[in-house]
Design a protein around this ligand. Structure first.
Ligand code: GAP
Length: 511
């Protein structure tokens, strides 16, 4: 399946089963805006809960807040977003399509990387078990030549961006002979900077004095509350403040479904540390976040770290955790060592001291910050695309199954009476009431049992609980497991703890 087909299938499955709908679809939708449906919102809530539990509840020194989306406009001057939150854009004169210049260059590099991967795959095939990938990558002349080319492009691009030299960025696009994917032409405009913040006006005030922005990141709501939380919670360094909330960016090209949207949700945590310890905490959070992802069980090979070449204005170190989406490896989460940039700048702009007084050393200083920032919608797409599987069964029949990690599946179990009579529905509903206190469970009595299993497979329900005639006598039910389709008989008296042991959120923390 090509990457494009893979993503298309996920999008259409998401719509058909109530995970994600195009926004305001009856009016033909709005570009890059999506609504989460009845199952999508359950999945999204479970992802939030898993993140919040791992970050806030499991760490004594991390607390959570919920700040307003609108903030004083000076916030964005202080944070650097008014002056520097720009994307370099370029238009193709023939197709009239607009692109991000950096993305055109990244995609060009991506093509060279896939040639390297093909070289590696060929080497693997040729040398079999004797193949040493590390050695191959560091000695094979083709790989070395291609890697040298990538390094050269990256160096030129970094130099141009660091110097804010947009003419040099255009020259690089021309030198690489990058063509517009739509028109095939290399007829480009100059590169210009485009600010990504959405502006609106507060109340009845119009003109510049009333301008407010929709926040482009949740992080600033945390920085401006640093002192409130530190004092009211009597927090000692190191400590963290976490938040989940909407962010807005007027992306030049918003595409690839929910991967890049103009309205999206972030789950961010700012960890305030003593200056000088930021490197240690940066490494700590890199590992902690990697383990968090690994516990979802979506395959370690589907994640990789990508160190930033061009650091943002606030960072002294930064990397992305990339995930293998249907479109290839792309950023899922960012981990940034933000120095004292934000608090220092808010101090300067607000005139309020944003310091920590260390009772031991009797010193007062501005803490440094290590941030973890994950896009909830991207995590949702990672889970959904990784889960989507089309299988051919031994019988020759096919089934579509969403192998969502059980603890975050929207529906944890379906309770199914084998037939719609003989007291089986009543027994099934008793079981439903028993389970629904702790988990989101569903009752379904329509159609033959096989069809009901398929429906539950398609929405990722990990367990199907079938009530049959024997259940009325032996007080037991058949539990079918989604992925292996194995079945086992479980006493109704043990069912609540059985289901919890398979799908409870705690199962993720035991890994
Ligand atoms: N506070 C730091 C910050 O916002 P970022 O790398 O710009 O850093 C963090 O964004 C995460 O937010 C990204 O890793 C990504 O998952 C998500 N994100 C950013 N822009 C997005 C967009 N337009 N649509 C969906 N998710 C986005």
């Amino acid at each position: 399946m090509s990457a494009e087909d893979g993503l298309k299938k996920v999008i259409s499955h998401a719509k058909e089963y109530g995970f994600v709908f195009p926004s305001s679809e009856i009016y033909d939708g709005l570009s890059a805006a999506y609504d989460y449906g009845q199952l999508g919102s359950e999945l999204k809530n479970n992802l939030k809960q898993y993140w919040w539990t791992a970050m806030v509840r499991m760490n004594d020194n991390i607390v959570g807040i919920d700040a307003a989306i609108f903030m004083h406009p000076t916030t964005w001057k202080a944070s650097g977003h008014v002056d520097a939150f720009n994307d370099p854009l370029i238009d193709n004169k023939n197709s009239k399509k607009r692109y991000r210049a950096d993305v055109l260059i990244e995609e060009f590099i991506g093509k060279i990387e896939s040639k390297i991967n093909k070289d590696v795959a060929k080497g693997k095939k040729r040398f079999g078990d004797d193949f040493n990938e590390e050695e191959f990558r560091s000695t094979n002349p083709n790989v070395l030549r291609r890697q040298q080319k990538i390094d050269g492009i990256n160096a030129k691009f970094k130099a141009a961006m660091d110097a804010d030299d947009l003419a040099a960025v255009k020259a690089l696009i021309e030198e690489l002979e990058i063509a517009c994917p739509i028109s095939g032409s290399k007829n480009w405009t100059d590169v210009r900077q485009f600010n990504l913040m959405f502006k609106t006006e507060l109340g009845a005030v119009s003109g510049d004095s009333g301008v407010v922005y929709l926040r482009p990141e949740t992080a600033q709501g945390i920085f401006v509350n640093y002192l409130n939380v530190q004092k009211s919670g009597r927090m000692k360094l190191p400590f963290g403040i976490a938040q989940i909330g909407k962010a807005f960016r007027n992306e030049i090209i918003a595409r690839q479904f929910i991967f890049r949207m103009r309205e999206f949700e972030q789950m961010e945590m700012q960890f305030f540390v003593k200056p000088g310890t930021q490197e240690e905490w940066y490494n700590h959070w890199k590992e902690a976040r990697k383990s968090w992802h690994a516990s979802l069980g979506m395959g370690d090979e589907n994640y990789r770290f990508h160190d930033h070449i061009k650091l943002a204005h606030y960072a002294d170190a930064a990397c992305d955790i990339e995930f293998n989406f249907p479109m290839g490896f792309k950023e899922l989460e960012g981990i940034h060592s933000r120095t004292d940039f934000d608090l220092k700048s808010h101090e300067e702009h607000s005139g309020k001291k944003l310091r920590f007084f260390d009772p031991e050393s009797k010193e007062s200083f501005i803490p440094y910050v290590v941030e973890t920032s994950i896009g909830l919608d991207r995590l949702f797409l990672a889970v959904l695309s990784n889960a989507y599987t089309e299988e051919t069964l031994d019988s020759g029949a096919t089934r579509t199954v969403l192998s969502i990690p059980p603890a975050i599946a929207p529906i944890k179990a379906a309770v199914l009476p084998l037939i719609k009579k003989d007291g089986l529905p009543e027994k099934a509903k008793e079981i439903l009431d028993l389970l629904r206190i702790n988990h989101n469970v569903q009752y379904d009595e329509k159609d033959a049992i096989g069809r009901r299993y398929r429906r539950q497979d398609a929405i990722g329900t990990p367990l199907c609980i079938t009530v049959d005639h024997d259940s009325l006598n032996d007080n037991a039910v058949t539990v079918r497991e989604r992925d292996g389709m194995t079945q086992e008989r479980v006493a109704i008296a043990d069912l609540a703890s059985y289901v919890d042991s398979k799908v409870g959120m705690h199962t993720l923390f035991n890994k």
